[in-house]
Design a protein around this ligand. Structure first.
Ligand code: EPU
Length: 339
């Protein structure tokens, strides 16, 4: 493997932040990965594994070894008349993987079309959009245990998925590298999720009455393109914060002052869209220096000029947290990984 020194990570994070890694290498096989991890100088360094870099904010140069996981390949195994297991290596681009499945009419991932990033990082934060999360079709994943360098299999239960959560963001943080992910998808009896408001109206706009999974994908792509900025054009990492859940009591109290506050039941709690809270605080479309809140979706922080530093973006997010806390008494939690 070719290890580069003082390597710019600007093209490896969708915020387009220009930081550098002390050492950087692209890993294309498991053998290459285990070999480099056995190297004593690597073992003594700080390590960071990068996928598509679509959920990360670098606030400083990385004084260690960054390994970009470029393991490629997709395989499929027909289970029965209606089910297929599709397995993708970690380095495949997520949307290309979704397209692979749609081309074969395999259903289950269509609502997750056009999410930036790679397959290998999808279980980490249980990526989700438009009424679907990967936990709905996830079967298992293979991981490398960084302590033993053994390959282990994690089934659904072991991953402990939650809203934008999994074991890989909690107890398992820094302990495993996801090598490949398997999904159980449908071949015929697709259970289509069109109930998410925007999908229904987009399908209506397209004049589609009995949608196929490919139609749903088209609708999702149209919706995303209409309000989410393309990271290739303007740096961003999608939603910067999680949607907070608050107690019924706090919600009823707030509703007195804000009767129009959107809300969704979430067990005993009430989920309130962070985008709405941020917009109410006057941040939507606002720019400070090189950083802004997206004019069409306040939850997305953007590198407006392309020149923003990670620190500027982080400070901007801190100001948003403070104003939401002050106005609503709700503490927003960052969804993006801060390095
Ligand atoms: N809203 C506003 N102002 C805004 C943005 C949103 O008032 O500027 C309110 C609207 O009332 C809207 C509600 O928030 O009805 C929900 O907005 P939206 O449908 O855009 O979804 P979201 O809750 O803001 C979540 C995910 C997105 C995902 C969409 C669609 C999180 C943190 N984000 O956003 O995921 O694409 O739903 O399913 O759960 C991501 O994780 O990077 C991401 C983009």
């Amino acid at each position: 493997m070719n290890i580069q020194e003082n390597y710019s990570l600007k093209d490896y994070n969708t915020f387009g932040v220009d930081v550098s890694a002390k050492y950087f290498g692209e890993v294309t096989s498991l053998e290459e990965l285990t070999n480099i991890l056995r190297n004593p100088s690597v073992q003594n360094s700080q390590l960071l594994f990068l996928g598509g870099g679509s959920n990360i904010l670098f606030t400083q140069d990385f004084d260690g070894v960054v390994l970009q996981l470029n393991l490629k390949g997709i395989s499929e195994k027909i289970e029965n008349d209606n089910e297929v297991v599709v397995t993708s290596k970690a380095g495949e681009n997520w949307h290309e993987f979704v397209k692979f499945c749609l081309d074969r009419n395999y259903g289950g991932l269509e609502n997750l079309s056009l999410i930036p990033g790679n397959v290998g990082t999808s279980p980490m934060q249980n990526i989700g959009a438009y009424g679907t999360e990967i936990k709905d079709t996830f079967l298992s994943c293979k991981v490398l245990n960084l302590e033993t360098l053994d390959v282990e299999e994690f089934d659904h239960q072991k991953c402990q998925f939650g809203y934008r959560e999994s074991i890989f963001k909690r107890e398992g943080k820094g302990k495993y590298v996801i090598l490949e992910v398997s999904f159980k998808l449908t071949r015929k009896e697709h259970s289509m999720k069109t109930e998410y408001g925007a999908i229904k109206s987009e399908l209506e706009k397209l004049g589609i009455i009995s949608p196929t999974i490919q139609d749903i994908s088209t609708a999702v792509i149209n919706i995303r393109q209409s309000k989410l900025p393309d990271p290739k054009v303007i740096g961003n990492a999608g939603s910067f914060f999680k949607n907070p859940s608050i107690s019924q009591q706090q919600f009823l109290q707030l509703q007195k002052n804000y009767p129009e506050m959107p809300n969704f039941p979430n067990g005993n709690l009430v989920k309130v869209p962070a985008g709405w809270l941020i917009e109410q605080c006057g941040w939507k479309g606002k720019q400070i220096g090189n950083v802004g809140s997206h004019p069409l979706q306040a939850l997305v922080i953007v590198n407006v000029t392309g020149e923003a530093t990670g620190k500027e973006i982080y400070d901007f997010s801190t100001m948003i947290i403070a104003s939401v806390k002050e106005k609503f008494g709700i503490e927003l939690e960052r969804e993006v990984n801060i390095i």
